[in-house]
Design a binder for this molecule. Structure first.
Ligand SMILES: O=c1ccn([C@@H]2O[C@H](COP(=O)(O)OP(=O)(O)O[C@H]3O[C@H](CO)[C@@H](O)[C@H](O)[C@H]3O)[C@@H](O)[C@H]2O)c(=O)[nH]1
Length: 450
């Protein structure tokens, strides 16, 4: 996108939730806005700030408090205590920040807030500032939670089949896992995103129109200021428009070892496995995956976070001629490497949209939250992958995984076509005249005139 020549640059505060899977897409969106001439100040919690490693120098950083400046959520006595304290201290410290910026005449034109912080909109409005909610999950999942908020979907879920406007038929086993938690804390938290969304000046979602046409058309009738602005991944991986836009992820050490390892592997020969930045995988499941990978004839690259390494079978070698285990990688660089044949993923929304954009077939092992619903979309709606069968203990057994890997590594023609179809549509969406491109222009053009 061309940089705009404005007499005064619009200034957006981008308020992020302190998790890798939430901050990554909002930082990417910030980079796109910045390229459009907008000045960005990223806001995160004091604790998370200390983990930040690679924010572009042109993006300013400010902090608020979640009430646990030393240890973040791990310092709290449980999630409910964390959310409760965050919703008291967060708004206070965010208001102090807006006051400080106001006094220094550092005018803020818009607060773009993770929709998980509905209070941010109330604070922004108190200061007379425009508020834009940013949804980090996909539109099917957002629509499900919105229907709970609006009372059209009753909890606990009673019917085995759930019919909601424009969504595919969903069964209980396709619904986000939070519906089945004994403790309603997480369900309340995600549904809470919609508590005051009708008052937001903009509602932005990290998806693109072509991926979710029917839902977007439907939702736009309810929220006129709803805009798809994704995929929020570095554009280098889509249309290569900017060489220095390859860095992604803000908190973790990035291993280049795996890139070197991938370089001499044949095209489409490596199975990539990762479960994102936070979900724990149980020891039994790790064992089944390890046994499967050991016996498969394919190469494999497996991300096992440092906190999870202890669960690997004792005798499992982390580096052999056939496979490599790393604690973290630059996922987009890995997915973009031609040696990768398929991706075994927990189906976090970022991993899914990244994979759709990079044209890699998916093997879904969803663990919790929206991942369950995402797995359904992958296999039955977008048709870019398959969901692994689970047994009574909800474990994917090695034989089942082996079968899925065999199927995906030999990709049939239909799957190949689907995979490249979505990649091409994503590239089109962010290109000049594309759906997300036009929405972003409309958003930025309005910043100085609201
Ligand atoms: O070795 C790795 C592993 C992951 N990533 C990146 O980390 C992010 C992980 O995000 P995601 O795939 O969405 O997984 P989670 O970290 O588990 O994300 C949380 O947040 C998401 C967005 O709300 C939800 O969809 C998920 O269910 C929730 O677990 C992605 O950008 C990956 O590219 C890396 O860069 N290197």
């Amino acid at each position: 996108m061309e940089k705009k020549n404005m007499s005064r640059r619009a200034h957006c505060l981008v308020l992020t939730y302190p998790l890798q899977g939430h901050i990554n897409p909002m930082l990417q969106f910030s980079k796109v806005l910045e390229h459009q001439g907008v000045r960005i100040t990223l806001v995160t919690t004091r604790f998370f700030y200390n983990n930040l490693q690679s924010v572009p120098p042109s993006i300013a950083i400010e902090t608020i408090s979640d009430g646990f400046d030393k240890g973040g959520s791990t310092e709290a006595a449980g999630l409910r205590a964390y959310f409760d304290r965050f919703s008291q201290v967060g708004p206070q410290t965010f208001a102090e920040l807006l006051e400080k910026l106001g006094k220094s005449k550092d005018h803020v034109d818009c607060v773009i807030y993770n929709a998980c912080f509905p209070w941010a909109l109330d604070v922004a409005k108190r200061f007379g500032i425009v508020g834009a909610a940013y949804l980090t999950q996909n539109m099917t999942v957002n629509s499900i939670y919105y229907h709970v908020h609006s009372g059209k979907l009753q909890v606990p879920l009673k019917e085995n089949e759930i019919s909601l406007p424009t969504l595919p038929k969903l069964h209980l086993h396709d619904m986000p896992s939070f519906f089945f938690d004994e403790d309603p804390t997480l369900l309340n938290f995600v549904v809470g995103q919609f508590s005051n969304i009708d008052k937001a000046d903009w509602i932005l979602c990290n998806t693109f129109y072509e991926l979710d046409k029917e839902i977007v058309d439907w939702v736009t009738k309810i929220w006129s200021k709803f805009k798809t602005i994704g995929p929020n991944i570095p554009y280098f991986f889509l249309d290569k428009r900017c060489e220095d836009d390859k860095d992604y992820g803000v908190t973790q050490f990035k291993s280049e070892e795996c890139m070197e390892w991938l370089n001499d592997k044949p095209k489409g020969s490596v199975v990539y496995i990762s479960f994102g930045s936070l979900v724990p995988v149980c020891e039994e499941q790790m064992e089944e995956i390890a046994c499967c990978l050991r016996e498969c004839s394919d190469y494999f690259l497996w991300v096992v976070r440092a906190s999870e390494e202890i669960k690997l079978p004792k005798e499992f070698e982390k580096k052999t001629a056939k496979g490599l285990v790393v604690t973290w990688c630059s996922q987009l660089k890995v997915l973009a490497h031609e040696a990768i044949g398929c991706f075994v993923t927990h189906c976090g929304w970022n991993s899914i949209i990244e994979t759709l954009c990079l044209g890699v077939p998916i093997i879904a092992i969803p663990c919790l939250s929206d991942q369950i619903t995402n797995a359904k979309l992958i296999s039955e709606v977008w048709k870019v992958g398959i969901k692994t069968p689970i047994d009574d203990k909800k474990i994917v057994r090695q034989e089942a995984l082996k079968q899925c890997i065999k199927e995906m590594m030999s990709k049939d023609k239909v799957m190949k076509n689907n995979v490249s179809k979505w990649r091409n549509l994503a590239i089109k969406a962010i290109g000049k005249g594309g759906s997300s491109y036009e929405n972003i222009i409309e958003f930025t053009n309005n910043l100085l005139h609201s």
